[in-house]
Design a protein around this ligand. Structure first.
Ligand code: NAD
Length: 478
């Protein structure tokens, strides 16, 4: 297997080293495995001017040709899947098989958006004779995109695919802690024939980069995935310069287990899903509201599966859950567990860091936590679940909606009436019934309330990357 890659900036079609760099740490053993280059102001200026010339070329490239480049890049990444997945496991910690699935998911975003590229239809509005009203969708311009560390390849893939399909150029600031996935995307697009300047990849000090490129006149859209706090901050910068934003922010997903659900199967499935990506997923199921008639069986099934999850180095074939991606997550989970313990919650599984070297933390199950326990309203972004009993569907929905978040929500039920009630009342951008999958490439994904603005994926996904232009054409003006 290849070594961890040499990470560089990618500006105007060229790879570039920098003077300054940041260490990349393997969270499974805390060793330094590589270095992320830190962009200087001159690099950002070069990226902005490259994005300007890249936009001129790409916006005038036919949608079919844009789609062809994207599909070639996706095919290249599928060929390189093991190399990319290996780098992701080293820098992020997730099990190799999950890293492979992430690469496939990222490729699916490219393939779906390539299909959408040729379908950004406008319309002709019926009018009186002698004049024609035509609505066209045009690429918005250069996108400033910021992707996080939890999915090093599929998160940047989502933003790059949307921008490229619409005909935009893009400056992507990917995560400094997990840079390899984004670098592989740039490499594949270069090999697929993407013109220089269309995609520019930078790393560095996040606040320095965002505060410089968002206000810049070249930037026309800000696309961010990360915490609600940072999303609000970037939205404020964008608002000062009247720039639109696409914000995919935090969540605290509720799971409602109804009185007709199979508690044992739902409990097992839920614990397995909680372990995915070590819970570092904005849609990770976290607050379980279980009908009291199903509570004991669901809780016991969940706890049994949680305790059986094999935690270890992501390169070991038996590992089901790797370490947390960074030390901040360990501290956050320890704080939430201590607070819940002090407020009277029962800790039924996990709760303590399990190894001295590496950021390992087990699947942790809290039960009967009071509403004022911090874990009930702060996104754990780690393998922590809270299971509480409820007396009715009405109570469950009230509790599900009680937080300012509204990203993913889930329910287990076979009742069409329950599904209708949930559909009407649950405040979330994505509601999944009898499955804990919140989004696929062909469905729109995004939040309500403080979970963000806008949608990625689906037929809606490209709309943020385009502007609507109305052309009124009078046949004679004399
Ligand atoms: P953080 O809030 O410091 O950073 C979150 C992301 O925003 C990182 O990728 C970071 O590089 C970026 N960022 C931070 N400040 C920025 C700035 N001024 N300009 C541009 N980008 C900036 O927290 P963290 O410790 O990295 O992550 C913890 C929290 O972030 C989690 O609790 C979770 O809520 C959230 N998060 C959400 C997602 C998601 O998929 N929605 C992904 C990663 C992290």
């Amino acid at each position: 297997m290849t070594q961890y890659p040499d990470i560089q900036l990618f500006i105007d079609g060229q790879w570039r080293k920098t003077v300054d760099s940041l260490p990349v740490v393997n969270p499974a053993d805390e060793t330094v495995i590589g270095a992320t280059p830190v962009a200087a102001r001159a690099d950002l200026d070069d990226a902005l001017s490259a994005a300007a010339s890249g936009f001129k070329v790409w916006s005038m490239t036919s949608p079919a040709e844009r789609a062809a480049v994207m599909l070639r890049a996706a095919a290249i990444m599928r060929e390189r899947i093991d190399e990319i997945a290996h780098a992701i496991t080293l820098e992020h910690g997730k099990p190799f098989l999950q890293a492979r699935l992430e690469v496939i998911r990222g490729c699916e975003f490219f393939e779906w958006d390539a299909g959408e590229a040729v379908r950004t239809y406008g319309r002709v509005i019926p009018s009186k004779p002698g004049i024609r009203y035509v609505v066209v969708h045009q690429p918005i311009g250069t996108v400033a995109a910021f992707s996080p560390w939890n999915f090093p390849m599929s998160q940047p893939a989502r933003k790059v695919a949307g921008a490229l399909a619409a005909g935009c150029s893009i400056i992507l600031k990917a995560s400094e802690e997990t840079p390899a996935g984004a670098m592989h995307i740039a490499r594949a697009l270069q090999d697929a024939g993407l013109p220089a300047g269309v995609l520019n990849l930078v790393f560095g000090v996040p606040s320095e980069i965002s505060s410089y490129i968002i206000p810049h006149s070249q930037t026309r859209l800000v696309a961010f995935t990360g915490s609600t706090a940072v999303g609000k901050h970037l939205t404020e910068i964008a608002a000062r310069h009247m720039k639109p934003v696409l914000m995919e922010l935090g969540g605290h997903a509720p799971v409602i287990v109804c009185d007709d659900a199979d508690p044992v199967a739902a409990g097992r499935l839920s614990a397995t899903r909680k372990a995915r990506n070590a819970g570092q997923v904005c849609t990770s199921p976290t607050r379980f509201f279980v009908h009291e008639s199903r509570f004991a069986a669901f809780r016991d099934s969940f706890v049994e599966r949680a305790r059986s999850v094999v935690v270890g180095n992501g390169m070991d074939a038996a590992t089901e859950m790797g370490p947390l991606a960074n030390h901040r997550r360990i501290e956050a989970l320890e704080t939430l567990v201590a607070d819940a313990r002090q407020k009277g919650a029962k800790i039924l599984a996990g709760g303590d860091r399990i190894k001295n070297s590496g950021y390992f933390f087990p699947v942790t199950v809290l039960a009967e936590a009071p509403d004022d326990a911090r874990a009930m309203y702060e996104e754990p972004f780690g393998p922590l679940a809270i299971i509480n009993p409820v007396a009715s569907l009405d109570e469950a929905i009230e509790k599900a909606n009680a937080l300012p978040f509204g990203l993913a929500a889930y329910a287990f039920t076979d009742s069409a009436a329950n599904v209708e009630e949930l559909t009407q009342r649950v405040e979330a951008g994505n509601l999944s019934i009898n499955t804990l999958e919140a989004s696929v490439a062909e469905t729109p994904f995004g939040g309500v309330k403080e979970s963000g603005y806008g949608r990625e994926g689906g037929a809606e996904g490209l709309s943020h990357y385009t502007i609507v232009k109305t052309v009124s054409h009078k046949m004679k003006y004399a």
